[in-house]
Write a protein that binds this ligand. Structure first.
Ligand SMILES: Nc1ncnc2c1ncn2[C@@H]1O[C@H](COP(=O)(O)OP(=O)(O)OP(=O)(O)O)[C@@H](O)[C@H]1O
Ligand SMILES: [Mg+2]
Length: 272
């Protein structure tokens, strides 16, 4: 099996860089224990892309997402969003960027348990200064878009996992972010709920939202524009999805993250 290398310069032609990670390193220290979670990540993410990030458990996917989303800062290196260096922003500017430009969807939904679906969705709008009536109207529209118009008054405990994740997606879209960060968004969902989340993310991407998603889910991989493999805190491989043949894993084919390994196989096709 031959593997054609990813030609970054050729791929970038005519594209607008939305995220630029440059030599991003992250080291965690707990007492004498030092973990080099990221060892120098260089990655450009273009507007309109749908990037899937894969890698075994502990390879640094969530750490990388935290850096890109401005939830944590790198030990070394830089992250630029729309060519703005996040490290140069003060706390208020960073909060503004996180609130307005980036939406977050996590594996464990991270909804506020005492708030209703609508309150969860409108909270970021309120933070952004939107009037309560307008926020409510937009919140209902977003919940309708993810198929939960009739569940607006439910609290997370009164919803299924899939419904909670769709609420989390609606919340992530509260302030119409240009970038959506999804960290294993279907990992806790059953097949049907996962499919619904795929559909929503695909439609959002088709409507212009840039998506970066940590996943091993073959349906997401199939609609992505590029796939990035991270291993031991480093980028191991990047491929344009159309050059990769995605095969469904057979039962029992489990990778070391514990997830079913939908192992993508390189076809050897050219990147032209
Ligand atoms: N806050 C932290 N303090 C110390 N070590 C951490 C911290 N967060 C992550 N790590 C370590 O950094 C490494 C990368 O973790 P990370 O959560 O990014 O992996 P991951 O690829 O997202 O894994 P998974 O697929 O299990 O979610 C791991 O070795 C982890 O133990
Ligand atoms: Mg993770």
């Amino acid at each position: 099996m031959t593997e054609s290398p990813f030609n970054a310069a050729e791929y970038a032609v005519g594209k607008h860089i939305l995220v630029r990670a440059q030599g991003v390193k992250k080291t965690y220290q707990r007492g004498a224990e030092i973990t080099h979670a990221l060892k120098g990540i260089d990655l450009e993410l273009f507007r309109g892309e749908y990037i899937c990030v894969m890698g075994p458990s502990g390879s640094g996917k969530s750490t990388f997402f935290n850096m890109v989303g401005g939830l944590d800062s790198p030990t070394a290196g830089r992250v630029f969003i729309d060519e703005v260096d996040m490290a140069q922003l003060n706390a208020q500017e960073l909060a503004f960027l996180r609130c307005r430009k980036i939406g977050y969807v996590f594996q464990s939904y991270n909804l506020n348990s005492v708030m209703t679906a609508l309150e969860n969705v409108t909270l970021p709008m309120t933070f952004a200064g939107m009037h309560a009536d307008e926020a409510r109207e937009r919140g209902m529209k977003l919940l309708g878009m993810v198929g939960l118009g009739d569940r607006w008054n439910h609290r997370p405990k009164q919803m299924s996992g899939g419904q909670q994740q769709r609420t989390a997606i609606a919340r992530a879209l509260a302030n119409a972010p240009s970038l959506l960060l999804c960290d294993e968004p279907t990992a806790n969902l059953d097949f049907a709920s996962g499919k619904e989340v795929h559909r929503i993310l695909r439609e959002l991407n088709e409507a212009g939202t840039t998506i970066i998603c940590a996943t091993h889910d073959h349906e997401m991989l199939a609609v992505s524009s590029r796939m990035v493999w991270i291993s031991g805190g480093e980028i191991e491989r990047i491929a344009v999805t159309r050059d990769v043949q995605i095969v469904k894993a057979s039962l029992g084919d489990v990778d070391d993250s514990g997830a079913t390994a939908n192992v993508p196989q390189q076809t050897g096709a050219s990147h032209a």
